[in-house]
Design a protein around this ligand. Structure first.
Ligand code: PMP
Length: 354
């Protein structure tokens, strides 16, 4: 038994299902339904085995400077990692060391709790208000750090920039992480505040708006001191976090801004159309600024709909947690995928109501 006593036991994060069957409509993990930029495919087509014979650039200079140029900051303001999960985990490890509780919302991204437990960081979850919004004043209190997504997940609701700023301003002695995984689909970015506040970190991902979830690229932007400390921790952990291919394809994606903007616009258009259809089908939902809609039906429970959809090879996300167990989180897919989803729902609801 001595052996087992020394194991580190954690309750892991459970990601959304990745079905092996390609023949499903997959609206459960907020992926982008469209392919990445053709420039990304071009890079991949030109790759040979010899390209990864050597270790990748440990400083990821090409991607860091491409992102710095794109956002109009210096390269010393940018930190990159293997998806924003990796970046967020590094941030928790680096900045949440005061021994005081860190704060994040309840309801929010379920991984925050898992990293806090993994790194032995005390935390307090702050309930969203009755409209599922973050109340900035709740964060004007002693803490060891703050993290929240904007737009929030899985609600999809965006917090106005003035409210985001009020939280950063009220906490000059702790790091505030604004997780902007979904910001390209709506809401106001806090990047404009990075110059003004030395306690702000903004995290971003290539997984949603850039259609590159499988490539695992994320980054954050903050003042030079924060980024430098973050790099010291990263280099104490793993020098080569990002593969050569991820670095090259990431650069290609950022260079094709026109394609990126067109795909985001398409998804936002489909989202807005989908809101109307959902209303006509008897759903209510939070007014999403992201690439998913958090919706519940007036009469039919979330778990029932989730299971009925799954049986028909339509995957959405369902969270069996207090306050949100009547909701489905539906990723915005292509127009065609959404039509199929709505056709099924209409049929199911009609039959159920007879
Ligand atoms: N933050 C939020 C709010 C998310 O929903 C996700 C996606 N699961 C992530 C961060 C992490 O995304 P990735 O690691 O793919 O960049």
């Amino acid at each position: 038994m001595v052996l087992q006593e020394n194991f580190r036991r954690v309750e892991p994060y459970v990601p959304g299902e990745q079905p092996k069957d390609n023949n499903v409509i997959k609206l459960n993990t907020n992926e982008n339904p469209y392919p990445p930029s053709p420039l990304v495919t071009e890079v991949l087509n030109g790759v040979s085995g010899n390209d990864f014979r050597k270790y990748p650039d440990p400083d990821v200079s090409d991607l860091v400077s491409t992102l710095a140029d794109y956002h109009g900051v210096d390269k010393e303001n940018v930190f990159v990692g293997v998806g924003s999960d990796d970046v967020l985990a590094m941030c928790f490890l680096t900045f949440f060391n005061s021994g005081k509780e860190i704060l994040f919302p309840d309801v929010s991204y379920a991984f925050y709790k898992v990293w806090a437990s993994l790194f032995n960081i005390k935390y307090r979850e702050i309930p969203l208000n009755d409209s599922f919004e973050i109340e900035p004043e709740d964060y004007f209190t002693e803490n060891g750090g703050i993290v929240f997504p904007n737009p929030n997940a899985p609600t999809g609701l965006a917090l106005p920039l003035s409210d985001v700023e009020s939280i950063i301003k009220a906490n000059p002695n702790t790091v505030v992480i604004v997780d902007e995984a979904y910001i390209d689909f709506g809401g106001e970015s806090a990047l404009s505040l990075v110059d003004k506040y030395s306690n702000l970190l903004v995290t971003r991902t290539f997984s949603k708006s850039r259609s590159m979830a499988g490539m695992r690229i994320g980054y954050c932007i903050g003042c030079k001191e924060l980024i430098s400390v973050l790099n010291s921790v990263k280099f104490s952990f793993n020098s080569y976090t990002m593969s050569s291919i991820a670095i090259k394809t990431g650069v290609a994606s950022v260079k094709d801004d026109d394609y990126f903007k067109r795909m985001v616009t398409k998804i936002v258009d489909t989202r807005e159309k989908s809101k109307k259809v959902l209303t006509s089908l008897g759903f209510t939902f939070l007014d999403s600024s992201s690439n998913f809609i958090f919706a519940k039906h007036r009469e039919i429970g979330g778990d029932e709909l989730f299971n009925a959809l799954k049986e028909n090879k339509i995957f959405v996300r369902y969270f069996n947690s207090p306050r949100i167990n009547d909701y489905l989180r539906i990723t915005v897919g292509t127009e065609k995928e959404m039509e199929k989803l709505f056709a099924f729902l209409k049929d199911y609801i009609d039959k159920r109501q007879k």
